[in-house]
Design a protein around this ligand. Structure first.
Ligand code: URA
Length: 242
């Protein structure tokens, strides 16, 4: 894509203004100032900056949501309040989908993206992307729960889970890190170790933590560092068809 078109889409600015910016030496590809708007930019590879600010490239959108209790993780309508209903109008896209699911009563980090490949990469069982949860429990876990988690908890229906990590934070509070995603997995692992989950909150996916300043129910784009933490090598995008 031509540089001037790329900058115009990414900044929502008219081409005439973009041409002024480019000719004025305010636009860089990588570390290089480029004054010719006709230069080719490879979307997904080239990092473009305007006045020192990294631009989001056209094509992909990744959002962080602090999921509150009481909303369902689905793109289907008719199931009551859903996570899709929390997305502000300017961030709504037809192709946007949650990356994995959180139960209706689970709070915390939920990512959504228009990028099917990214969604697949983060949810595929063979990738073993970590998910960290904080769980508040109804009672103490059995004494060997850490060892069971380390070896792979056997659920009450006989399913053997992949090894996971359990850290007790108090008598009825724990941090649990999974590397696979089964239905109600934390709740079922905790049940297999003799307790019940009262509250569940996801803190982290891979190396990406929920922004502590993002209030429950809020949504925002990921910034460049956060995209890198997820292993996304390209800048975030603003429109789908470019
Ligand atoms: N495990 C659960 O039991 N529930 C969730 O929402 C996520 C993981």
């Amino acid at each position: 894509m031509r540089l001037d078109r790329y900058v115009s889409i990414a900044t929502h600015s008219p081409r005439s203004e973009v041409t002024r910016l480019i000719r004025g030496g305010h636009v860089k590809i990588g570390t290089q100032v480029v004054k010719d708007g006709g230069v080719h930019v490879t979307v997904g590879k080239d990092a473009v900056q305007v006045k020192g600010q990294a631009l989001e490239a056209p094509g992909t959108l990744v959002l962080m949501m602090h999921k509150p209790q009481g909303v369902v993780t689905t793109t289907e309508e008719g199931a009551g309040p859903t996570v899709m209903g929390l997305i502000p109008r300017d961030l709504q896209r037809k192709a946007l989908a949650p990356i994995g699911r959180l139960d209706k009563d689970t709070t915390g980090l939920l990512l959504l993206t228009t990028d099917g490949d990214l969604n697949h990469a983060l949810t595929h069982p063979r990738r073993h992307v970590e998910r960290a949860y904080r769980a508040e429990l109804a009672g103490e876990l059995c004494s060997n729960a850490e060892a069971q988690f380390e070896q792979g908890v056997q659920l009450q229906d006989g399913t053997l889970c992949q090894p996971a990590t359990l850290e007790r934070l108090g008598p009825v509070s724990a941090r649990i890190v999974l590397r696979e995603g089964r239905y109600h997995q934390v709740k079922r692992m905790v049940a297999a170790c003799g307790s019940t989950v009262l509250r569940l909150h996801r803190e982290r996916i891979g190396q990406l933590w929920l922004d502590p300043l993002l209030p429950p129910g809020s949504v925002r784009r990921l910034d460049g560092d956060e995209l890198q933490a997820l292993g996304v090598a390209w800048p975030q995008d603003t429109v789908e068809s470019a």
